[in-house]
Design a protein around this ligand. Structure first.
Ligand SMILES: [Zn+2]
Ligand SMILES: [Zn+2]
Length: 133
């Protein structure tokens, strides 16, 4: 039996469930991730879309983008919960919205080429200018 992780937005209107089977995780420093989270970078974890499901508040969801690639926020508090990527095949869960501790840990910093100048990476994880190569 696979462990299931819970997640939710800031106000609690939107809840989700995801299998603890993330395939990869990284800290993304691209400008989109910085703006959508309001933070220096976004720790995210990727998983096949069918292993992720909303358990509450799907009617409150604010979807920014296309069906095959978008960011999903809570329409009430604005939390970025996840992004649908790779032509709709994968979901990138914004790890800050997880309630439970996943088995995976971010293994790299990506898009360090567009990192905020005011932020310094202080750990030893590998850094990539763009995607992991
Ligand atoms: Zn909310
Ligand atoms: Zn990014």
């Amino acid at each position: 039996m696979t462990r299931t992780l819970a997640g939710k937005c800031f106000c609690g209107a939107v809840h989700y469930e995801v299998a603890d089977e993330f395939v990869y995780a990284a800290n993304c420093h691209c400008s989109n991730c910085r703006r959508t989270t309001g933070s220096a970078f976004k720790p995210f974890a990727g998983i096949e879309r069918e292993k992720f499901r909303l358990t509450a508040g799907d009617d409150r969801l604010l979807v920014f983008g296309e069906e095959s690639g978008h960011d999903a926020h809570c329409g009430h508090c604005g939390s970025l919960l996840y992004s649908v990527v790779r032509d709709g095949a994968f979901v990138h869960v914004a790890m800050g919205t997880l309630v439970d501790d996943p088995s995976i840990r971010p293994t790299a910093h990506i898009f360090v080429g567009s990192k905020a100048k005011w932020f310094t990476v202080t750990d030893d994880l590998p850094q990539y200018k763009g995607h992991v190569t």
